[in-house]
Write a new protein. Sequence first.
Length: 349
Amino acid sequence: MKITKTQHSRITAFDEDSIPFGHLFSDHMLVCDYASEAWQRPEIKPYGSWYMAPSSSVFHYGQAVFEGLKAYRDARDSIFLFRPDENAKRLNRSAERLQMPVLPTEIFMEGLKTLVKLDSDWVPRRFGHSLYIRPFLIATQEELRAKPSKTYRFCVVCSPVGAYYEKPLKVVIEQKYSRAASGGTGYAKAAGNYAGALYPTALAIKEGYDQVVWTDAASHGYVEEAGTMNVFFRLGDTLVTPPASDRILDGVTRKSIIALAEREGIQLEQRLISSDEIAAAHREGRLREVFGCGTAAVVSPISALHGKGLDIRLPDLGRQSYGKCMKEKILDIQYNRAADPFGWRLRVV
Protein backbone atom coordinates (compact mmCIF):
# COMPACT_ATOMS: atom_id res chain seq x y z
CA MET A 1 0.00 0.00 0.00
CA LYS A 2 1.40 3.37 -0.99
CA ILE A 3 1.18 6.07 1.70
CA THR A 4 1.63 9.78 1.03
CA LYS A 5 1.31 11.87 4.20
CA THR A 6 -0.10 15.37 4.19
CA GLN A 7 2.28 18.28 4.63
CA HIS A 8 -0.48 20.52 5.99
CA SER A 9 -2.63 18.91 8.67
CA ARG A 10 -6.03 20.47 9.32
CA ILE A 11 -6.31 19.03 12.83
CA THR A 12 -6.54 22.55 14.30
CA ALA A 13 -9.98 22.82 12.67
CA PHE A 14 -11.18 19.92 14.83
CA ASP A 15 -13.04 21.24 17.89
CA GLU A 16 -14.64 18.39 19.78
CA ASP A 17 -17.04 20.80 21.46
CA SER A 18 -18.50 21.65 18.06
CA ILE A 19 -18.53 18.86 15.48
CA PRO A 20 -21.70 18.84 13.35
CA PHE A 21 -22.23 15.40 11.86
CA GLY A 22 -20.34 14.80 8.62
CA HIS A 23 -19.02 18.32 7.95
CA LEU A 24 -15.32 18.01 8.80
CA PHE A 25 -12.95 15.47 7.25
CA SER A 26 -9.66 14.05 8.49
CA ASP A 27 -6.29 14.59 6.81
CA HIS A 28 -6.13 11.47 4.64
CA MET A 29 -8.23 9.21 2.45
CA LEU A 30 -7.84 5.77 0.93
CA VAL A 31 -8.16 5.40 -2.85
CA CYS A 32 -8.03 2.22 -4.93
CA ASP A 33 -8.93 1.99 -8.62
CA TYR A 34 -10.27 -0.90 -10.67
CA ALA A 35 -9.10 -1.09 -14.28
CA SER A 36 -8.24 -3.78 -16.86
CA GLU A 37 -10.42 -6.20 -14.87
CA ALA A 38 -8.23 -5.97 -11.75
CA TRP A 39 -7.91 -3.93 -8.58
CA GLN A 40 -4.82 -1.73 -8.61
CA ARG A 41 -2.48 -0.86 -5.76
CA PRO A 42 -4.34 0.97 -2.97
CA GLU A 43 -3.03 4.35 -1.87
CA ILE A 44 -3.52 6.55 1.17
CA LYS A 45 -3.08 10.20 0.27
CA PRO A 46 -4.03 13.64 1.63
CA TYR A 47 -7.78 14.25 1.65
CA GLY A 48 -8.80 16.34 -1.34
CA SER A 49 -10.67 16.63 -4.60
CA TRP A 50 -9.95 14.60 -7.69
CA TYR A 51 -10.81 15.06 -11.35
CA MET A 52 -13.81 13.25 -12.82
CA ALA A 53 -15.09 13.73 -16.33
CA PRO A 54 -18.72 14.88 -16.68
CA SER A 55 -19.30 11.75 -18.78
CA SER A 56 -18.30 9.46 -15.87
CA SER A 57 -20.78 6.63 -15.65
CA VAL A 58 -21.72 7.20 -12.00
CA PHE A 59 -23.32 10.55 -12.85
CA HIS A 60 -25.64 9.00 -15.43
CA TYR A 61 -26.40 5.41 -14.46
CA GLY A 62 -26.02 5.48 -10.69
CA GLN A 63 -23.48 2.74 -10.00
CA ALA A 64 -22.63 3.91 -6.48
CA VAL A 65 -22.66 2.02 -3.18
CA PHE A 66 -21.33 2.91 0.25
CA GLU A 67 -20.87 1.78 3.83
CA GLY A 68 -20.74 3.43 7.24
CA LEU A 69 -18.84 2.44 10.36
CA LYS A 70 -16.96 4.13 13.20
CA ALA A 71 -13.68 4.13 15.11
CA TYR A 72 -13.87 4.52 18.91
CA ARG A 73 -11.29 5.64 21.48
CA ASP A 74 -11.33 4.09 24.95
CA ALA A 75 -10.19 5.62 28.25
CA ARG A 76 -6.63 4.31 27.71
CA ASP A 77 -6.33 5.86 24.23
CA SER A 78 -6.68 2.57 22.38
CA ILE A 79 -8.75 2.77 19.19
CA PHE A 80 -11.20 0.13 17.97
CA LEU A 81 -13.40 -0.65 15.00
CA PHE A 82 -16.76 -2.38 15.49
CA ARG A 83 -17.59 -5.37 13.30
CA PRO A 84 -15.85 -4.03 10.15
CA ASP A 85 -15.98 -7.50 8.59
CA GLU A 86 -19.77 -7.12 8.34
CA ASN A 87 -19.36 -3.86 6.45
CA ALA A 88 -16.89 -5.50 4.07
CA LYS A 89 -19.38 -8.28 3.33
CA ARG A 90 -22.28 -5.91 2.84
CA LEU A 91 -20.29 -3.61 0.55
CA ASN A 92 -19.69 -6.57 -1.73
CA ARG A 93 -23.33 -7.69 -1.58
CA SER A 94 -24.29 -4.18 -2.66
CA ALA A 95 -21.63 -4.14 -5.38
CA GLU A 96 -22.83 -7.44 -6.80
CA ARG A 97 -26.42 -6.18 -6.96
CA LEU A 98 -25.31 -3.13 -8.96
CA GLN A 99 -23.02 -5.20 -11.23
CA MET A 100 -19.84 -3.74 -9.76
CA PRO A 101 -16.59 -5.61 -9.04
CA VAL A 102 -16.20 -7.30 -5.65
CA LEU A 103 -13.54 -5.61 -3.51
CA PRO A 104 -10.92 -7.94 -1.96
CA THR A 105 -11.49 -8.10 1.80
CA GLU A 106 -7.81 -7.40 2.51
CA ILE A 107 -7.99 -4.05 0.69
CA PHE A 108 -11.03 -3.08 2.76
CA MET A 109 -9.73 -4.28 6.13
CA GLU A 110 -6.05 -3.32 5.82
CA GLY A 111 -7.00 -0.04 4.22
CA LEU A 112 -9.32 0.86 7.10
CA LYS A 113 -6.79 -0.06 9.78
CA THR A 114 -3.94 1.82 8.09
CA LEU A 115 -6.06 4.91 7.47
CA VAL A 116 -7.40 5.05 11.04
CA LYS A 117 -3.89 4.60 12.46
CA LEU A 118 -2.60 7.45 10.32
CA ASP A 119 -5.47 9.75 11.30
CA SER A 120 -5.72 8.54 14.90
CA ASP A 121 -5.53 12.11 16.25
CA TRP A 122 -8.89 12.70 14.62
CA VAL A 123 -10.64 10.04 16.72
CA PRO A 124 -12.56 11.98 19.42
CA ARG A 125 -11.80 11.41 23.10
CA ARG A 126 -15.26 12.09 24.45
CA PHE A 127 -17.54 9.12 25.17
CA GLY A 128 -20.33 9.10 22.62
CA HIS A 129 -18.20 10.77 19.96
CA SER A 130 -16.35 8.82 17.28
CA LEU A 131 -14.65 8.91 13.91
CA TYR A 132 -17.25 8.15 11.25
CA ILE A 133 -15.78 6.14 8.35
CA ARG A 134 -17.36 6.25 4.90
CA PRO A 135 -16.16 3.65 2.36
CA PHE A 136 -17.74 4.00 -1.06
CA LEU A 137 -17.44 2.56 -4.55
CA ILE A 138 -18.36 4.41 -7.75
CA ALA A 139 -18.25 3.85 -11.52
CA THR A 140 -15.71 6.03 -13.34
CA GLN A 141 -15.75 5.01 -17.00
CA GLU A 142 -16.21 7.92 -19.42
CA GLU A 143 -19.00 6.61 -21.61
CA LEU A 144 -22.68 7.40 -22.14
CA ARG A 145 -24.11 3.93 -22.46
CA ALA A 146 -26.48 2.23 -20.05
CA LYS A 147 -24.23 -0.68 -19.13
CA PRO A 148 -21.82 -1.59 -16.34
CA SER A 149 -18.72 0.54 -16.18
CA LYS A 150 -15.32 -1.01 -16.87
CA THR A 151 -13.51 1.20 -14.36
CA TYR A 152 -14.30 1.99 -10.73
CA ARG A 153 -12.90 3.82 -7.74
CA PHE A 154 -13.06 2.67 -4.11
CA CYS A 155 -12.47 5.42 -1.59
CA VAL A 156 -12.64 5.85 2.19
CA VAL A 157 -13.00 9.21 3.94
CA CYS A 158 -13.31 9.88 7.68
CA SER A 159 -15.18 12.49 9.71
CA PRO A 160 -15.16 13.10 13.50
CA VAL A 161 -18.76 13.16 14.72
CA GLY A 162 -20.98 13.55 17.74
CA ALA A 163 -24.60 12.44 18.11
CA TYR A 164 -26.69 12.01 14.94
CA TYR A 165 -30.03 12.66 16.63
CA GLU A 166 -30.20 14.84 19.74
CA LYS A 167 -33.74 13.97 20.82
CA PRO A 168 -36.46 11.31 20.46
CA LEU A 169 -38.06 11.24 17.03
CA LYS A 170 -41.57 11.97 15.85
CA VAL A 171 -42.34 9.88 12.78
CA VAL A 172 -45.14 9.51 10.24
CA ILE A 173 -46.04 6.18 8.64
CA GLU A 174 -45.63 6.56 4.89
CA GLN A 175 -48.68 5.63 2.82
CA LYS A 176 -47.80 6.87 -0.67
CA TYR A 177 -44.09 6.69 -1.37
CA SER A 178 -41.86 3.61 -1.08
CA ARG A 179 -38.25 3.14 -0.16
CA ALA A 180 -37.88 -0.25 -1.85
CA ALA A 181 -39.84 -2.98 -3.63
CA SER A 182 -39.43 -6.74 -3.83
CA GLY A 183 -36.73 -7.66 -6.31
CA GLY A 184 -35.19 -4.19 -6.03
CA THR A 185 -32.11 -2.81 -4.29
CA GLY A 186 -33.53 -2.22 -0.81
CA TYR A 187 -31.08 -4.62 0.84
CA ALA A 188 -28.09 -2.88 -0.77
CA LYS A 189 -26.54 0.38 0.39
CA ALA A 190 -27.04 1.90 -3.03
CA ALA A 191 -26.77 5.67 -3.15
CA GLY A 192 -29.99 5.91 -5.17
CA ASN A 193 -31.99 4.36 -2.33
CA TYR A 194 -31.19 7.38 -0.20
CA ALA A 195 -31.78 9.92 -2.97
CA GLY A 196 -35.25 8.52 -3.54
CA ALA A 197 -36.07 8.87 0.16
CA LEU A 198 -35.24 12.57 0.39
CA TYR A 199 -38.47 13.97 -1.09
CA PRO A 200 -40.99 12.07 1.10
CA THR A 201 -38.78 12.76 4.12
CA ALA A 202 -38.83 16.47 3.30
CA LEU A 203 -42.64 16.35 3.11
CA ALA A 204 -42.76 14.72 6.55
CA ILE A 205 -40.43 17.34 8.02
CA LYS A 206 -42.61 20.09 6.53
CA GLU A 207 -45.54 18.58 8.45
CA GLY A 208 -43.61 18.72 11.72
CA TYR A 209 -42.14 15.20 11.84
CA ASP A 210 -38.49 14.15 12.02
CA GLN A 211 -38.63 11.06 9.81
CA VAL A 212 -40.87 8.64 7.95
CA VAL A 213 -41.54 5.00 8.73
CA TRP A 214 -41.39 3.14 5.43
CA THR A 215 -44.04 0.55 4.62
CA ASP A 216 -44.12 -2.20 2.02
CA ALA A 217 -44.63 -1.01 -1.56
CA ALA A 218 -47.40 -3.51 -2.33
CA SER A 219 -49.93 -2.68 0.40
CA HIS A 220 -48.37 0.04 2.60
CA GLY A 221 -49.68 -2.07 5.45
CA TYR A 222 -46.48 -3.51 6.89
CA VAL A 223 -43.75 -1.49 8.55
CA GLU A 224 -40.22 -1.98 7.19
CA GLU A 225 -37.73 0.72 8.23
CA ALA A 226 -37.63 4.05 10.06
CA GLY A 227 -35.93 6.64 7.88
CA THR A 228 -32.38 5.41 7.33
CA MET A 229 -32.63 3.02 10.30
CA ASN A 230 -33.92 -0.44 11.07
CA VAL A 231 -36.83 -0.38 13.52
CA PHE A 232 -37.87 -2.33 16.62
CA PHE A 233 -41.23 -2.43 18.42
CA ARG A 234 -41.65 -3.59 22.00
CA LEU A 235 -44.97 -5.35 22.48
CA GLY A 236 -45.26 -6.18 26.15
CA ASP A 237 -41.82 -7.62 26.88
CA THR A 238 -41.21 -8.91 23.36
CA LEU A 239 -39.10 -7.09 20.77
CA VAL A 240 -40.42 -7.34 17.23
CA THR A 241 -38.46 -6.27 14.16
CA PRO A 242 -39.22 -6.79 10.46
CA PRO A 243 -37.14 -9.60 8.96
CA ALA A 244 -34.22 -8.74 6.70
CA SER A 245 -35.23 -9.22 3.07
CA ASP A 246 -34.47 -7.91 -0.39
CA ARG A 247 -36.37 -4.76 0.68
CA ILE A 248 -34.79 -4.21 4.09
CA LEU A 249 -31.17 -3.45 4.90
CA ASP A 250 -29.50 -6.04 7.11
CA GLY A 251 -28.04 -3.47 9.48
CA VAL A 252 -24.95 -4.16 11.60
CA THR A 253 -26.51 -2.47 14.64
CA ARG A 254 -29.71 -4.45 14.04
CA LYS A 255 -27.76 -7.73 14.01
CA SER A 256 -25.96 -6.66 17.19
CA ILE A 257 -29.20 -5.87 19.02
CA ILE A 258 -30.63 -9.24 18.03
CA ALA A 259 -27.53 -11.03 19.38
CA LEU A 260 -27.57 -9.00 22.61
CA ALA A 261 -31.29 -9.58 23.15
CA GLU A 262 -30.82 -13.31 22.75
CA ARG A 263 -27.91 -13.25 25.21
CA GLU A 264 -29.98 -11.24 27.73
CA GLY A 265 -32.93 -13.61 27.44
CA ILE A 266 -35.19 -10.98 25.89
CA GLN A 267 -37.85 -12.55 23.71
CA LEU A 268 -37.39 -11.36 20.14
CA GLU A 269 -39.33 -12.02 16.95
CA GLN A 270 -38.22 -11.27 13.40
CA ARG A 271 -41.51 -11.10 11.53
CA LEU A 272 -43.87 -8.88 9.61
CA ILE A 273 -45.66 -6.27 11.70
CA SER A 274 -48.52 -4.18 10.35
CA SER A 275 -49.68 -0.71 11.28
CA ASP A 276 -52.99 -2.32 12.28
CA GLU A 277 -51.19 -4.58 14.76
CA ILE A 278 -49.30 -1.58 16.13
CA ALA A 279 -52.58 0.31 16.59
CA ALA A 280 -54.19 -2.66 18.34
CA ALA A 281 -51.18 -3.11 20.62
CA HIS A 282 -51.38 0.56 21.56
CA ARG A 283 -55.10 0.35 22.37
CA GLU A 284 -54.46 -2.71 24.53
CA GLY A 285 -51.56 -1.05 26.34
CA ARG A 286 -48.98 -3.51 24.96
CA LEU A 287 -47.00 -1.07 22.80
CA ARG A 288 -44.35 0.01 25.25
CA GLU A 289 -41.63 1.51 23.05
CA VAL A 290 -40.37 1.95 19.52
CA PHE A 291 -36.81 2.69 18.46
CA GLY A 292 -34.70 2.90 15.35
CA CYS A 293 -31.10 1.73 15.09
CA GLY A 294 -28.13 2.21 12.80
CA THR A 295 -24.41 2.95 12.79
CA ALA A 296 -24.79 6.73 12.78
CA ALA A 297 -27.57 6.95 15.35
CA VAL A 298 -26.82 3.74 17.34
CA VAL A 299 -30.29 3.59 18.97
CA SER A 300 -32.81 6.40 18.60
CA PRO A 301 -36.05 6.33 20.60
CA ILE A 302 -39.27 7.15 18.75
CA SER A 303 -41.65 9.17 20.91
CA ALA A 304 -44.56 9.62 18.49
CA LEU A 305 -46.09 7.77 15.51
CA HIS A 306 -48.69 9.28 13.22
CA GLY A 307 -50.54 8.16 10.10
CA LYS A 308 -52.98 5.48 8.91
CA GLY A 309 -55.25 6.02 11.86
CA LEU A 310 -52.40 6.20 14.35
CA ASP A 311 -51.72 9.10 16.68
CA ILE A 312 -49.51 7.53 19.30
CA ARG A 313 -47.41 9.19 21.99
CA LEU A 314 -44.98 6.95 23.83
CA PRO A 315 -43.62 7.62 27.34
CA ASP A 316 -39.96 7.58 28.30
CA LEU A 317 -39.44 4.26 30.12
CA GLY A 318 -36.13 5.37 31.63
CA ARG A 319 -34.06 2.44 32.88
CA GLN A 320 -36.82 0.01 31.88
CA SER A 321 -36.32 0.82 28.20
CA TYR A 322 -34.99 -2.04 26.09
CA GLY A 323 -33.70 0.49 23.57
CA LYS A 324 -31.63 2.35 26.16
CA CYS A 325 -30.36 -0.94 27.56
CA MET A 326 -29.27 -2.13 24.09
CA LYS A 327 -27.61 1.22 23.36
CA GLU A 328 -25.63 1.15 26.60
CA LYS A 329 -24.44 -2.40 26.00
CA ILE A 330 -23.38 -1.66 22.43
CA LEU A 331 -21.56 1.53 23.43
CA ASP A 332 -19.81 -0.25 26.30
CA ILE A 333 -18.45 -2.82 23.84
CA GLN A 334 -17.52 -0.21 21.24
CA TYR A 335 -15.65 1.98 23.74
CA ASN A 336 -14.03 -0.99 25.52
CA ARG A 337 -15.94 -0.34 28.75
CA ALA A 338 -17.11 -3.94 28.99
CA ALA A 339 -16.09 -7.41 27.91
CA ASP A 340 -16.77 -8.31 24.29
CA PRO A 341 -18.17 -11.87 24.38
CA PHE A 342 -18.92 -11.78 20.65
CA GLY A 343 -15.48 -10.77 19.34
CA TRP A 344 -16.93 -7.68 17.66
CA ARG A 345 -14.18 -5.26 18.65
CA LEU A 346 -11.10 -4.92 16.42
CA ARG A 347 -8.20 -3.03 17.95
CA VAL A 348 -6.39 -0.68 15.56
CA VAL A 349 -4.07 1.30 17.88
